[in-house]
Design a protein around this ligand. Structure first.
Ligand SMILES: Cc1cc2nc3c(=O)[nH]c(=O)nc-3n(C[C@H](O)[C@H](O)[C@H](O)COP(=O)(O)OP(=O)(O)OC[C@H]3O[C@@H](n4cnc5c(N)ncnc54)[C@H](O)[C@@H]3O)c2cc1C
Length: 425
């Protein structure tokens, strides 16, 4: 760990071989830009916040195409009031990765990377507190109070949960603070915000997670913020051959397809960016889109480029067409003029994503089946379950074009103010 590393995790204690337990005020699921902004806001309000992510820091951005540039200006991606300036018009993926690392270190945010949250459950008074049900529900069953723990609290496993196990919840975690640098002022800043769990904020939730190495962890929290973004499930074609190894929903860079025939499926920004980059890397690109034209939200400064490439025949486009089947070297395309067999040694299905609402469903937060939007109060971001909040693009359900970093970065301020109206800035 370098001198400017973020403080990663707090003191963890394994008890008798059972899952480790710790207590926080606010547990934030997801270290995307909006989860990080929420952690900063909570720290500023004097709350002990921790962020858990199944991937690396800002893993969504990490997974963007390698040479992608944001459509937003740097200022609109900034969080915590820390300036984000770049020498170019729009920040690149690498600029953003460096920026969010810097901000995380600067505030000494507690981020537990490569740890997936599998289950959330409501803690109740004494015995008989019910837990979430369904996939990923708690697989630990009883929490016995340690100092500051959850005395006598009982969590019942959901369907299919293994037999009960006893675990002892640790008291307030002993944070090991790593100063971002030797400058006294910044050290003070971190110490000021690295609050211990507040005695007045009783744990209301149990959070079950698992590290990449397979260790189970249990965290109790007064509030839970679900900031899991919308990269949960990629939209699928649902056609034969979609599982073949040369089919991917992730596009990194065109070089891999130099001089190869490829098919790009989709008509939005991701499909257009991939098609252009593949074309410029020497691939022979066919674009297949079910709509009559490219999507209306294709970036206006990119649209003339793709339109002209299609017009001159450099990129072949089939509109009002669908992929019917994928073979190892070809794609069967259904067009208004009949079926076509298109050569393809790589197939990029750039069809967008759907949020994964499983954690909210475990806590019985209603999700609108049509929009995919959880029931929540926009003034506080609290869901219909007290103490459970959402932040970031998950708030826009299936339509990821409503919430971006630009607006989702402010959700944390609303949450912190709701939790600590007396202290939040
Ligand atoms: C190519 C591309 C370009 C874009 N350009 C812009 C732009 O210019 N401006 C803009 O404002 N927006 C842009 N966006 C949109 C932006 O990326 C998203 O709006 C933003 O990432 C949402 O942030 P978030 O914090 O809500 O979620 P995310 O960034 O998706 O973060 C969610 C995190 O939750 C983690 N997670 C999920 N489930 C679990 C679990 N069970 N346990 C633990 N961790 C979990 C994930 O690993 C992930 O790191 C772009 C998107 C793409 C794909």
């Amino acid at each position: 760990m370098t001198g400017d590393s973020a403080m990663v995790g707090a003191d963890q204690r394994a008890v008798g071989g059972q899952p480790e337990a710790e207590r926080v005020d606010v547990l934030i699921v997801g270290a995307g830009p909006c989860g990080l902004a929420t952690a900063i806001a909570c720290q500023r309000a004097g709350l002990h916040a921790e962020v858990v992510d199944r991937g690396c820091l800002v893993s969504g951005i990490y997974g963007y195409p390698t040479f992608m540039n944001f459509f937003s200006t740097a200022e609109r991606l900034s969080i915590g009031g820390i300036p984000f300036s770049v020498a170019t018009e729009k920040p690149s993926r690498r600029d953003a990765l460096a920026y969010y690392r810097t901000v995380t270190s600067h505030f000494g945010l507690r981020v537990r990377q490569y740890e997936e949250v599998l289950g959330l459950a409501v803690l109740g008074e004494g015995e008989g507190v019910s837990a979430g049900t369904g996939a990923g529900a708690m697989d630990v069953a009883r929490v016995e109070g340690g100092s500051g723990g959850v005395a006598g609290g009982r969590i019942r496993g959901g369907a299919g949960a293994p037999p009960e196990k006893n675990i002892v919840a640790a008291g307030p975690a002993d944070a090991t603070i790593v100063p971002p640098d030797s400058a006294g002022e910044r050290w003070e800043d971190v110490r000021q915000h690295a609050a211990s769990p507040s005695p007045s904020l009783a744990p209301r939730f149990a959070v079950h997670s698992r590290t990449r190495s397979g260790r189970a962890r249990l965290t109790t929290a007064h509030a839970v913020v679900v900031a899991t973004g919308y990269f949960g499930h990629p939209n699928r074609l649902g056609v034969p051959g979609e599982e073949l190894p040369h089919v991917t929903h992730l596009f990194r860079e065109g070089h891999e397809a130099f001089q190869l025939p490829v098919v790009v499926v989709g008509g939005g920004n991701s499909a257009v960016d991939a098609a252009l980059d593949l074309y410029r890397a020497g691939a022979l690109v066919t674009l297949v889109h079910f709509g009559p034209d490219l999507d209306s939200n294709v970036k206006p400064w990119v649209r003339p480029d793709i339109v002209n490439r299609i017009r001159e025949g450099s990129i072949v486009a089939h509109f009002e067409s669908r992929v019917a089947a994928i073979e190892p070297e070809t794609v069967l395309v259904s067009t208004p003029d009949g079926h076509l067999i298109v050569p393809a040694e790589a197939v990029y299905t750039m069809l967008g994503y759907q949020p994964n609402n499983a954690l909210l469903e475990q806590l019985a937060v209603p999700i609108d089946p049509v929009t995919g939007i959880p029931l929540y109060d926009a003034s506080s971001m609290e869901t219909s379950v007290p103490g459970v909040y959402i932040a970031g693009v998950i708030a826009s359900g299936f339509d990821a074009n409503k919430t971006f970093i630009e607006n989702g970065r402010h959700h944390g301020d609303l949450i912190a103010r709701h939790l600590r109206p007396d202290l939040a800035p």
